[in-house]
Design a protein around this ligand. Structure first.
Ligand code: GN1
Ligand code: MG
Length: 352
């Protein structure tokens, strides 16, 4: 998208008349994102929302709008949607959908960390997000991607992709395919029926958390597209997969993938610093969540590899397979840590 067209899009939002600059941010795998700055100062984040992935932009923006009305407190920074000149939460032109969100000053993100303070803060801010949303009415949230983290759906998509995949892909991915098939039964025991449905973020990877540049305090969660109903273990597991592992999501040297139990423990302590809001049955199923979430992401990456990269942005042909292998490796490491995770969780986190 060229600068002129982007500038035109900006004029559709309620902004002070000023010279804004735009620079692309290449983080996400789904949307296109630009930082909007004025005289070098970042002020807003402009995003084109991927309509292929998110079928109803209207409902998605309603979810975000409702969630944001809860998400603010002295220790949780409030993000705001900048309205369009027609009073809407997003702007549509040529079947492209744009939204503008305020930028939090002096903030930064981390792709990985080895710092226990950051781990504590990650646990605290995810706990706070849920604490603030705990009385939100789940029935008023719509699934922006139905069955997003659901094993049944992801297994079905995997089986279909496998059937249709090129033989050379099936061959190259044979270890991953075997791991997937062997692992799926392990997760069928998660007692979903006993777990409360909560308004979840559903993409709590570490780089979706803003931290203060000054004191490393976590400020808030960003990338709110998948705010919808889910189980707390989704948000827990997604955070652990990116926090307790210092390797990249597409790391090809599997020896670099580790499960750092100190970071896990600090995260749990941060979570436990928020007033109790979880049920005992949720706490008891968090450790398996830390095995499940890397697995489900690995399975989605594998499916997309077999589908010739139809969903995720990739920078090279086999990147989805590399993501899958790295995520499966971390899932296997998390599986070995279940007893240790359980002990830490039961010692630190109390039910409401
Ligand atoms: C996608 O685009 P991004 O990075 O925010 C994906 C998440 C994954 C993530 C990385 C809607 O999010 O589920 O965690 O890639 N989002 C969607 O694996 O599929
Ligand atoms: Mg996301």
């Amino acid at each position: 998208m060229n600068t002129d067209s982007l500038q035109k899009i900006l004029t559709q939002f309620v902004l002070d008349a000023a010279a804004y600059e735009l620079e692309p941010i290449h983080h996400g795998l789904i949307n296109d994102t630009y930082l909007v700055t004025k005289e070098g100062l970042p002020l807003y984040v402009l995003q084109r929302i991927n309509h292929e992935v998110f079928k109803s932009i209207d409902q998605l923006m309603q979810n975000i709008d409702s969630a944001l009305s809860y998400l603010g407190s002295s220790d949780y920074a409030r993000l705001e949607i900048v309205k369009t000149i027609h009073g809407k939460t997003y702007y549509t032109k040529n079947q492209m959908h744009w939204r503008l969100i305020t930028y939090i000053e002096d903030s930064t993100t981390y792709n990985t960390t080895t710092d226990t303070t950051i781990a504590f803060e990650t646990g605290r801010i995810i706990g706070k997000f849920h604490y603030l949303l705990k009385s939100a009415n789940t029935t008023s949230f719509v699934d922006s991607i139905p069955q997003f983290h659901d094993l049944q759906l992801r297994e079905k998509q995997f089986q279909t992709a496998l059937k249709n995949a090129l033989p050379k892909k099936q061959k190259l991915a044979k270890d991953a395919i075997l791991f997937a098939k062997n692992s799926i039964p392990n997760f069928k025991e998660i007692p979903k029926k006993l777990l409360p449905i909560r308004v979840c973020h559903n993409d709590t990877k570490l780089n979706n958390i803003l931290f203060s540049k000054k004191d490393h305090k976590a400020l808030c969660l960003i990338d709110l597209d998948t705010i919808m109903n889910g189980y707390f273990y989704y948000d827990f597991g997604d955070a652990i997969r990116t926090l307790a592992n210092a390797a990249r999501e597409d790391e090809t040297d599997l020896a670099k993938i580790t499960f750092n139990i100190d970071l896990f423990q600090s995260f749990v302590k941060g979570l436990a610093s928020i007033p109790a809001f979880l049920k005992q049955v949720e706490i008891e199923n968090l450790a398996i969540g830390a095995v499940y979430m890397p697995f489900i992401h690995g399975l989605r990456a594998l499916t997309d590899y077999l589908n010739n990269n139809a969903y995720y942005k990739v920078t090279y042909e086999n990147q989805n397979l590399d993501r899958c292998l790295s995520l499966f490796r971390f899932s296997a490491l998390a599986q070995e840590q279940i007893p240790v995770m359980q002990t830490i969780l039961l010692k630190n986190v109390f039910s409401d």
